[in-house]
Write a protein that binds this ligand. Structure first.
Ligand code: GLC
Ligand code: MG
Length: 595
């Protein structure tokens, strides 16, 4: 009997040691909640914290491990929360600090990690720091980037240089109170903080600790690339890509983005996070960075301590017109092949600043893209609604609220508006798609909600949501968490990647995605280890081949825009479940018999 016991314990130990050297965040699936748009609990037409808490089970059901909340702090809402007037309080629109604590407690009880948005580049102009800075009160006078301006020959004072804000026009605004210009890389209500001032550096560290103390697991760091600017304020060179001198793209941002001092601040934050874990529970708190920088400068955040910078290659480097080869090279290989040693990859299809993936590509590609997002190595990031294939809604000029669009005129606002991707979550067919009891919501509900909603997709035999659930379930298997990856182009239009464990070729997974609007028949022969016959394990909703169908390695038919996950047999995950159950039973037996 003793021998049996030892055997069982060894088996149990090796089962438990799955992922022993990977930390929680390295394989986590992140879900971005845009709080205004996810769930409204009090009927004011704007989402809130009790609403989010009431729907957390949806994340569990979707196989999500971690959620990130876009800003919920006190804010005049000029940029919908990205203009913060108090970094350590909750805006009444979203609820109270008690609501926040309850949300975190419920999340913990469900095993979900919570990530907050940290917006260090700027505050609201209504923040007391700015009010005091404006008045020249110490020590706040230098908290923001002030400049006396440039004196012209005729004696008039003008802007310090040609820097342009992301939302259009000069990045400088004159303050008559202070008789100086202040810098704002976004709206004039979002003055840039001055990280050359040590007090500011310390304030932001205190804010980080404040939220860590409330039990959160890390931060998504907003617009990190603009944190510090060149202290000598040189003009930026023209990009030559547009004639519109008010457009942010008019200049190359050599002096307002990617400054080395920014990376040094990031390194200090990493030290703080590591110290915090060391002092408390040894559970890593993470930082994920938002930077729309070039590949080199984006990847450099890893070297300076970011757990990962967002991989925006599927948003910025390729689009629906890209060939499969371009997608492979520019969006997948460019990231995987250039990662620093031991860095964790991540995959992002969309967020609140970009057109939704179903609209940027086509709705037919949603499942195939989710397969890429959820089955490549590392972290997956899902924007709310992507699990059901939500689409952009066109928003009229009258209904437009995004400052980036309101800055434009009626003819040009649409190309700049982020509103279409921020419409309420489509839960079901009731009033306002189940988002709110109010028929009028802060942004209109997408008119397709009667057919495109979560409830309908739960009821349907086959749906984007069911594919998503199957993918997150598969994602939890060791082969996806730890397996090697091999990405190949199988034809002009089909990309295939394998995930394999060296120990067991039986678990190998092959993911095929067709980027063309026509069926392609491909062979897996480039994958030397591919077995002769395979089974469709997961199929996109538009695939002719359905789950359970046997296919031969030399000829696999991939429908237009479809995605397929192939394995040696459909039993792999069932086997894992059986062996887990067996082990648990044996364990219970051992414990109850006090071996
Ligand atoms: C980031 C946010 C965006 C916001 C901007 C200014 O890019 O994602 O929504 O407008 O920063 O804070
Ligand atoms: Mg800045």
């Amino acid at each position: 009997m003793k021998g049996v016991r030892i055997l069982l314990l060894v088996a149990l130990a090796s089962w438990n040691s799955v992922n022993a050297d990977l930390e929680w965040w390295q394989t986590t699936s992140v879900y971005q909640i845009y709080p205004r748009s996810w769930k409204d609990s009090d009927g004011d037409g704007i989402g809130d914290l009790p609403g989010i808490e009431s729907k957390l089970q949806h994340l569990v059901d979707s196989g999500i491990d971690t959620f990130w909340l876009s800003p919920i702090y006190e804010s005049p809402m000029v940029d919908f929360g990205y203009d913060i007037s108090n970094f350590t309080s909750i805006d009444p629109i979203f609820g109270t600090m008690d609501d926040f604590d309850n949300l975190v407690a419920t999340a913990k009880s469900l095993g979900l990690k919570v990530i907050m948005d940290l917006v260090p580049n700027h505050s609201s102009d209504e923040h007391e720091w700015f009010v005091k800075s404006l008045a020249g009160t110490e020590p706040y006078s230098d908290y923001y980037v002030w400049h006396n301006g440039t004196e012209l020959e005729n004696g008039t004072i003008t802007v310090p240089n040609n820097w342009i804000s992301f939302f259009g026009g000069s990045a400088w605004t004159w303050s008559s109170a202070r008789q100086a210009y202040y810098l704002h890389q976004y709206t004039e209500e979002q003055p840039d903080l001055n990280y050359r001032n040590e007090y500011v550096v310390q304030e932001m560290k205190d804010i980080i600790e404040f939220w860590l103390d409330r039990g959160i697991d890390g931060f998504r760091v907003d617009t990190i690339m603009t944190l510090v600017e060149d202290a000598s304020f040189p003009d930026e060179p023209l990009s030559g890509t547009t004639d519109d001198s008010t457009d942010h793209d008019y200049l190359l941002h050599y002096y307002t983005e990617d400054q080395i001092e920014t990376y040094e601040v990031v390194a200090e934050w990493r030290e703080l996070l590591d110290d915090y874990a060391f002092k408390t529970d040894n559970v890593t708190r993470i930082m994920m960075m938002e930077a729309y920088s070039n590949l080199t400068m984006t990847l450099l955040y890893y070297d300076y301590g970011a757990h990962f910078p967002f991989n925006f290659r599927f948003i910025r480097s390729v689009d629906s017109s890209s060939t499969a080869q371009e997608v492979k090279e520019l969006a997948i290989d460019a990231w995987l092949d250039n990662l620093p040693d031991n860095a964790t990859a991540d995959w992002v299809l969309g967020n609140h600043d970009n057109s939704r993936v179903a609209s940027r590509y086509t709705p037919e590609q949603v499942d195939a893209l989710n397969m890429i997002n959820l089955l490549l190595p590392g972290v997956s990031v899902t924007y709310y609604g992507e699990e059901i294939g939500m689409e952009d809604e066109s928003i009229s000029w009258e209904d437009t609220v995004d400052p980036q669009a309101c800055n434009q005129d009626e003819d040009s606002y649409e190309s700049n508006s982020r509103d279409p991707a921020r419409t309420p979550m489509q839960w079901d067919t009731t009033t306002s798609a189940g988002f709110s009891t109010n028929e009028s919501t802060w942004l209109p509900v997408n008119s397709n909600y009667l057919t495109l909603n979560l409830a309908a997709q739960i009821d349907a035999d086959v749906s984007h949501y069911k594919v998503f659930q199957d993918l997150t379930t598969l994602r939890k298997e060791t082969v996806i968490q730890e397996g090697t990856v091999n990405v190949q182009l199988l034809s002009d239009n089909v990309i295939c990647f394998s995930r394999e464990l060296e120990s067991s070729s039986e678990d190998a997974v092959f993911v095929l995605t067709n980027f063309a609007n026509n069926t392609e028949t491909v062979s897996l022969d480039v994958f030397e280890n591919a077995p002769d016959s395979l089974v469709v394990y997961i199929a996109s909703v538009n695939s002719t081949l359905t789950a359970g169908t046997a296919v031969s390695r030399s000829s696999v038919e991939v429908s237009a825009y479809a995605g397929l996950v192939l394995r040696t047999s459909t039993e792999s995950s069932a086997n894992v479940l059986i062996s887990t159950a067996t082990l648990t039973l044996c364990m219970a037996f051992l414990v109850s018999h006090q071996f």
